[in-house]
Design a protein around this ligand. Sequence first.
Ligand code: HEM
Length: 97
Amino acid sequence: MDITLLEVLVKNVSKVSFARDIRPLFRSVDIEHMKGMEILLDDYKYMSDATNGYQNAQRVYDSLTGKTEPRMPPNGPYWSKDKLDLFENWVKGGCQP
Ligand code: HEM
């Protein structure tokens, strides 16, 4: 997930908001299950942590696409491409609140 200036301009990536666009994509069952594993899907501070190139957000993204297994949420329903793209653009935009 590398960002280019062109992407910022074309996809308006800096306009994707965690509170408005990303947080509502997680169901309460997702949030509750992952909280038990210290993955805080509803916590902006956790999700936007810039350590190691936004490692927390990257791991969540990789679990959603199936790059890392098991793909999340286990046995689906898996996120549509539109939702995955939105999440990717949120990260590329610098994880805006
Ligand atoms: C860093 C990212 C993540 C990791 C490493 C991770 C890892 C795991 C693991 C190992 C389990 C137990 C699997 C099993 O019992 O088969 C699990 C359960 C679960 N995960 Fe994740 N997960 C991540 C992100 C997510 C995300 C983004 C979602 C939803 C959008 C999600 C939803 C769930 C749910 C609902 C369960 C419970 C399934 C059940 O017991 O029925 N997880 N996760």
